[in-house]
Design a protein around this ligand. Structure first.
Ligand code: NAD
Length: 327
């Protein structure tokens, strides 16, 4: 029987792991520890490692490869946390997960509406029984031009949902899709910056998308533009965003992701300061809605993420081609 070690297992995932391990006949070791050079022993006898967003470095892959690991499966869509080049050199397959794009797309549309209707302020004031109207007048989506950067699975679904609101939708992607052309007009990136009242980002973290939102591109945007990042923190230059928010250049932002979030998100900091200055500044702004990388987090997606890893493990055992392979 093929063996997999699943790292960083959360309590809410365990039931799915147990069910799918039985269904797919996989010997499973579960640990809440993230992978590290200190816990390589957890992979003893295993052919597959299952991870989430914690880094899988070249050094770790070297060690795992010596132990017989042939597959690293990440229970996430993004896979930039894995040194895929080194994995390929070591003959280790890297696979990711897929789940319905509605998970993130619905969350994106929720945060778009919350941002333009100043919901953070309304909710905070309500807790203090302040029901005044000053400063909480919002805008209607119908009258806005919305830019969708990245029209892959999630971006296209966002555009489809948004089309029901009657707003003008413009899009940018390195690959254009006919299905998106039915509801949006593709534009050059500079045009997107220039035209849009609100821009939502759905591209992967790559060298090309690194700090796509920066001092220079922010200067090209409309005054008061609303920015939505449900994709990856590295796409925004955070100090440049903070500066633009402080100047009112950016009117509001919704961020499910932020640069260097790895040591913060999914942990509880109730009893101590959060060691991330930029997050503290952004989090204190009434017009910035921050969520802790939870756009993916639904019953359906968690089940799918675990099942994807199990299926990849099974394909490794049978020698079948894996459509989820990314290296
Ligand atoms: P996808 O691969 O279907 O779509 C990505 C799109 O980006 C593709 O159409 C691709 O052509 C385009 N693209 C790539 N490089 C580009 C560039 N330089 N400029 C313009 N377009 C470019 O992926 P997806 O499933 O739609 O997911 C998109 C991203 O959302 C993921 O990469 C991941 O980082 C993020 N994500 C976040 C969460 C969350 O919980 N917040 C969950 C899932 C995914």
């Amino acid at each position: 029987m093929i063996k997999m070690t699943a790292f960083s297992c959360r309590p809410d995932e365990r039931q799915f792991f147990e069910e799918f391990a039985k269904m797919y006949q996989i010997e499973l070791v579960m640990t809440d520890q993230p992978p590290s050079l200190e816990n390589v022993d957890l992979l003893k006898g295993a052919q597959a490692a299952c991870v989430i967003t914690t880094p899988v470095s070249g050094a770790l892959l070297e060690q795992w490869s010596r132990m017989g690991v042939r597959l690293v499966s990440t229970r996430t869509v993004g896979f930039e946390h894995i040194d895929c080049k080194r994995a390929t050199e070591r003959g280790i397959a890297v696979t990711n997960a897929t789940y319905t794009p509605n998970t993130v797309a619905e969350y994106t549309v929720m945060t778009i509406l919350m941002a333009i209707r100043k919901m953070k302020t309304i909710l905070i004031r309500g807790l203090g029984q302040d029901y005044s109207l000053a400063g909480i007048r919002g805008r209607e989506l119908k009258n806005m031009t919305v830019g969708v950067v990245g029209t892959g699975r999630i971006g296209e679904t966002v555009a489809k949902i948004l089309s029901g609101f009657g707003c003008r939708i413009v899009a940018y992607d390195v690959f254009q899709k006919e299905s998106v052309r039915q509801i949006a007009s593709y534009q050059e990136l500079d045009k997107i910056w220039e035209m849009c009242d609100l821009i939502t980002f759905h591209t992967p973290a790559t060298p090309e998308t690194f700090h796509m939102v920066n001092e220079e591109t922010l200067a090209k945007m409309k005054d008061g533009v609303v920015l939505i990042n449900m994709a990856r923190g590295s796409m925004f230059d955070t100090p440049a965003l903070i500066d633009a928010l402080e100047r009112g250049k950016v009117g509001a932002a919704a961020l499910d992701v932020v640069e260097n979030e790895g040591k913060i998100y999914y942990k509880d900091f109730k009893e101590c300061p959060v060691p991330h200055h930029e997050m503290a500044i952004l989090g204190a702004m009434p017009n910035v809605l921050m969520t802790p990388h939870t756009a993916f987090f639904t019953d359906e997606a968690v089940s799918d993420m675990v099942e994807c890893a199990m299926k990849s493990c099974k394909r490794l055992e049978s020698g079948e081609d894996d459509p989820l392979r990314v290296n």
